[in-house]
Design a binder for this molecule. Structure first.
Ligand code: ADP
Ligand code: MG
Length: 224
């Protein structure tokens, strides 16, 4: 399988006052195109920190990160912003939709940032929203939707730019168990369609839905 991303010997610390707190230790991971990985670990184990690094929102202190064959650890801020917009689709526990915007306006945003003309952006966004069962909610505001519907909108926003990888941080964490199950089934369908996914969770039951579980404990990865 095609290698999508490779992490080699990543370390990450946060500076708190005069103290250095190391939160990731010698992280090594290979992700292939078509993978569906659950990154499973307890609260405070470093999951979000690692997702932020993979998502080009933060950088490691040392080590190497290759996405396709781009050396992300050598990229500057401008390159990181571009990679984040073009290569990564983010899905968050609390959806992080813009509350003043309609569903459609939220989903076209990543395309407008890329410079895609509005008309084309609207067409692509409407297609994704239709695929996710949200075609009749295009002009609603997020607070007029259920949690499950808001998460579908955020999934549409993550998918609309055809990113290389979807990164989902506790995507079912704010949902009731039935709606959470529906969202997980949706991830499985998206993976079957060829989307590569890394899903973060503290819940082993949620992790079971993935093809592969990678455990993280106290900032260290354990591959199964
Ligand atoms: P998880 O997502 O697994 O709950 P995080 O990656 O959010 O874990 O956090 C890992 C550790 O790093 C925790 O001890 C947390 O307190 C610490 N941490 C996270 N972000 C920061 C930050 N911006 N500054 C200082 N410490 C942080
Ligand atoms: Mg977290």
């Amino acid at each position: 399988m095609e290698n999508l991303l490779t992490l080699k010997h990543l370390n990450k610390s946060y500076q708190i006052g005069t103290e250095q707190l190391q939160v990731l230790f010698d992280i090594n991971l290979e992700v292939h195109a078509g993978d569906f990985i659950a990154l499973l670990g307890p609260s405070g184990s470093g999951k979000s920190t690692l997702m932020n690094i993979i998502g080009c929102m933060d950088t490691a202190d040392s080590g190497e990160y290759f996405l396709h064959d781009k050396a992300i650890h050598l990229a500057d801020d401008t390159q990181m912003t571009k990679i984040r917009n073009q290569e990564i689709g983010f899905i968050f526990q609390k959806y992080q939709l813009i509350s003043q915007y309609t569903v459609l306006q939220n989903v076209i945003m990543p395309l407008l940032i890329r410079g895609i003309p509005r008309k084309e952006a609207v067409k692509l966004a409407a297609e994704k929203l239709e695929m996710l069962g949200m075609a009749d909610r295009l002009n609603h505001k997020p607070n007029e939707l259920s949690g499950g519907q808001q998460q579908r909108v955020s999934i549409a926003r993550a998918l609309v730019g055809q990113p290389s990888i979807l990164l989902a941080d506790e995507p079912t964490g704010a949902l009731d168990s039935k709606t959470g199950e529906e969202v997980l089934n949706l991830f499985q369908e998206l993976n079957d369609m060829g989307n590569s996914i890394i899903m973060i969770t503290h819940d082993p039951k949620v992790g079971q839905k993935a093809k592969r579980i990678v455990k993280i404990i106290d900032g260290r990865l354990y591959l199964e």
